[in-house]
Design a protein around this ligand. Structure first.
Ligand code: UDX
Length: 440
């Protein structure tokens, strides 16, 4: 099958490369010349495990190529995937300008009946609108069929998730179009679930909103655990053993970030509001998440007092491990609050520093190793649970810091282990470990 993918961000590049890997001929289109050049040379502009390897393999086999030309990219396409961004507008609604632009570009370049597959996350009803835009702008003898095929990929494991996902959702009004997309996806060997267009669009939003709800719920429980002296790790495990609840997405921390949950929860609240439904539950989920991001800062103030002139290290900056993505990372509001409070902030992340420079206040000083970041600091905030941060020898804090106050937003260390060292240790939803050797 000849497939074109419009947009080569996280979703587009992973989709294009994966479809090539299962045997299709894929051309990915992006307006960014530099990016296309880099990708045609087998280099991935984003950090995503296995992506670059599969990109190189399929470029060499001739199954994959990249172009800036819609005309070249679409001239022999049987199916066109749209995978451009849908960022949020200031009021929280999804900005559809890139989707609409792609729709026009597709309409002017296709030469035959085409199935258009929406991979981007779009508000319910968007696929109908996009079908109308393409149909009206395309040559009159061309028929367009729309299919909604949302992605459920996690950054950092997107390739793995593509080949091992729980389900593939195919939403369509036209049975033939749905069966073409089913046959394209058949080599993945995953369960396929068919729906109408609008239900598929809603499945994506509802899934992300539900996962975000689980996170805010467990974060609220963690706050109560702190007050009553319970341990959130034990509570989450005990809850998660119930199959109806499940163990995943019950990790308390500093709240969810990234390019999807914050944007999609806001968009769903807006979508509900536009349809005269006040989505109170999801509004609370968002509110809890926003306050969760600053809890560590409050804990630091309660422990250390005035932060003016204090040196604070941040370990981990990306919104989660195994990605260099800084979008909506908790490190951003935390770094801002610390700088505003007069603290000197030093920061380390294994790979996100180049991106972080564009997101964090300019006062933040970046360090190349964990050790360099910890030297002579008054406290350290653990913000991303990178393996190398979780594996730190706990004596390092005592050895390098002026005052070993560890404020762990990701519960990286066991309380039992920490208690063997002279460290003042504050984590999420667990009792604080106070060491008499740390003068506070
Ligand atoms: C998410 C969805 O998982 C994916 O299906 C969708 O397509 C895109 O959005 P992603 O944003 O890559 O993927 O990251 P994910 O691993 O889901 O984590 C999102 C955020 O939630 C991170 O900030 C993470 O630290 C946080 N999180 C996750 C928790 O705080 N606790 C948890 O138990 C799980």
């Amino acid at each position: 099958m000849n497939i074109s993918v419009v947009g080569t961000g996280y979703v587009g590049s992973v989709t294009g490369v994966s479809l090539a890997e299962i045997g299709h001929h894929v051309i990915c289109i992006d307006i960014d010349q530099q990016k296309v050049l880099v990708m045609n040379n087998g280099q991935s502009p984003i950090y995503e495990p296995h992506l670059e390897h599969l990109m190189q393999k399929n470029l060499q086999s001739g199954h994959l190529s990249f172009t800036t030309s819609y005309l070249n990219g679409l001239s022999s396409a049987d199916v066109v995937y749209i995978a451009v961004g849908t960022p949020q507008l200031p009021d929280g609604t999804a900005d559809l300008q890139f989707i609409e632009q792609a729709a026009h570009d597709i309409a002017f370049s296709i030469t035959q009946d085409t199935i258009v597959v929406m991979k981007s996350t779009v508000p319910v009803g968007t696929n109908d609108k996009i079908k109308t835009i393409i149909q009206e702008a395309a040559a009159s003898n061309i028929t367009i069929e729309m299919v909604s095929n949302p992605e459920f990929l996690r950054e950092g494991s997107a390739i793995h998730d593509t080949f091992n996902g729980d389900r593939i959702v195919i939403g369509a009004e036209n049975k033939r179009a749905a069966s073409v997309i089913e046959s394209i996806n058949a080599p993945f060997g995953l369960p396929i679930y068919h729906t109408d267009l609008k239900s598929a669009e809603m499945i994506k939003y509802a899934s992300n909103a539900f996962l975000a709800t689980k996170i805010s719920f467990i974060n609220e429980i963690s706050a109560i655990c702190e007050k009553v002296g319970a341990n959130i790790e034990d509570v989450a495990l005990g809850m998660g053993k119930d199959k109806r609840i499940g163990e995943q997405f019950l990790k308390a921390g500093i709240g969810y970030g990234g390019s999807c949950f914050p944007k999609d929860t806001n968009a769903l609240v807006q979508l509900a509001g536009n349809n005269h439904h006040d989505f109170k539950l999801l509004k609370s989920v968002i509110e809890v998440n926003n306050s969760q991001q600053l809890k560590l800062f409050q804990k630091a103030k309660e422990t250390i007092g005035d932060l003016q002139g204090k040196t604070i290290a941040l370990l981990g900056l990306a919104f989660k491990p195994n990605t260099d993505d800084m979008r909506e990372a908790a490190s951003i509001p935390i770094a801002r609050s610390l700088v505003e409070a007069g603290a000197k902030v030093v920061a380390y992340d294994p790979i996100a520093i180049p991106n972080a420079k564009g997101f964090l206040p300019e006062e933040v000083v970046f360090k190349e190793t964990i050790e360099e970041a910890l030297i002579d600091t008054d406290a350290v905030f653990i913000l991303t649970e990178w393996a190398e941060i979780k594996e730190i020898d706990l004596s390092t804090f005592q050895r390098l810091m002026k005052s070993p106050v560890v404020i762990d937003g990701r519960n990286c260390y066991s309380l039992h282990e920490v208690s063997r060292f002279p460290i003042h240790y504050i984590s999420i939803g667990r009792p604080t470990i106070i060491s008499k050797l740390v003068p506070l």
